[in-house]
Design a protein around this ligand. Structure first.
Ligand SMILES: CC(=O)N[C@H](C=O)[C@@H](O)[C@H](O)[C@H](O)CO
Ligand SMILES: CC(=O)C(=O)O
Length: 309
């Protein structure tokens, strides 16, 4: 296993969907083809598994272990990083998944705040995170800030203060919030070996402007090659080109709103249609996007993003 911070994580990370059979059972057989699709067709070399797009909380601990193991096994030698999200509502379940991630030699773990009984202040959040991290002390550890889902909206910059004293494996933040001030302060208060990855795909350019070193997102599953161009354009200070690509992603999400919003059901179905991978339906309570709606969004996708642009 790589020592903590052996390989610094930067660039694009796809937050994977979870392949299911048509009956809604975990379908490990699609994980190999999924990884081939990401590397060969999308130019994506990093994955974040069992996260939000992966419907983590809808799966049992046993299912999440099977999934994490297969992602790591199939990504070995092909992907640069596999980050396993181990967040659960129960500390014990999170610790079990953290230990398991270390056993299967994942590259890093990430954890969102528990959101049934929520930590009421930064100290309480830090204690929870520290107890998870200490179950797998050799695993690079990322805090996954996604207040839209957790309703835990404590300033991340406050969490970062001397965090390495409590969590020596701390390696960075997956920042999925539209809060440019907290994001900027996180980056300004980061250690050089940490990575702050931005997680709001439709606002990536603003995250890059603030200094994010990479991006994790669900849309990079099928937009990886385009978003890699956005990252390259930003690097070269070609803001006009970076904006063009960003606007197209925003137009896609705006269009999807016509069909009730860009939720996980729509998002996963778009991946199925665009990749051709049979990833199955989402698991209830998420509902599958009706095929005619998905087709209409796919058409919009093709009008916004062509192979050559
Ligand atoms: C709620 C959710 O899934 N957030 C993702 C990551 O944090 C994003 O990748 C979004 O899916 C994306 O930005 C579209 O809103
Ligand atoms: C979408 C995202 O970043 C996640 O799956 O956690």
């Amino acid at each position: 296993m790589a020592a903590v911070a052996d390989k610094k994580l930067t660039g694009l990370v796809a937050a994977t969907f979870t392949p299911l059979t048509p009956q809604g059972e975990v379908n490990l057989s699609q994980i190999g083809p999924y990884i081939d699709y990401l590397t060969q067709k999308q130019g994506v070399k990093n994955i974040f598994v069992n996260g939000t797009a992966g419907e983590s909380m809808s799966f049992t601990v046993a299912e999440r272990k099977m999934l994490a193991e297969e992602w790591c096994k199939k990504a070995k030698g092909i992907m640069d990083h596999v980050i396993v999200h181990v967040g659960c509502l129960s500390l014990k379940d999170s610790q079990e998944l953290a230990r398991h991630a270390a056993e299967i030699k994942a590259d890093a773990i990430a954890i969102m705040a528990p959101f049934f009984l929520r930590p009421k202040n930064v100290a309480a959040l830090r204690k929870f995170l520290q107890e998870v991290a200490s179950a797998a002390p050799s695993m690079p550890f990322y805090y996954y800030h996604i207040p839209r889902i957790t309703n835990v909206n404590l300033p991340v910059v406050d969490l970062l203060e001397d965090i390495e004293n409590d969590i020596p494996s701390f390696s960075g933040v997956k920042f999925s919030a539209s809060d440019a001030m907290d994001l900027g302060l996180c980056i300004n208060n980061s250690k050089p070996q940490w990575t702050v990855l931005f997680g709001v795909d439709e606002e990536l350019l603003s995250g890059l402007a603030m200094g994010a070193q990479g991006a994790i997102g669900s849309t990079y599953n099928y937009l990886g090659c385009h978003i890699n161009k956005l990252l390259a354009a930003f690097e070269k200070n070609n803001l006009a080109e970076a904006r063009r690509i960003q606007y197209n992603l925003q137009e896609l999400l705006r269009y999807a709103k016509k069909y009730g919003g860009f939720d996980l059901g729509v998002n996963k179905q778009l991946m199925v249609e665009l990749s051709g991978l049979p990833l199955g339906p989402p698991r209830p309570p998420v509902i599958q996007c009706p095929p005619e709606n998905a087709q209409s969004i796919v058409q919009k996708f093709h009008s916004l993003f062509s192979e050559s642009s």
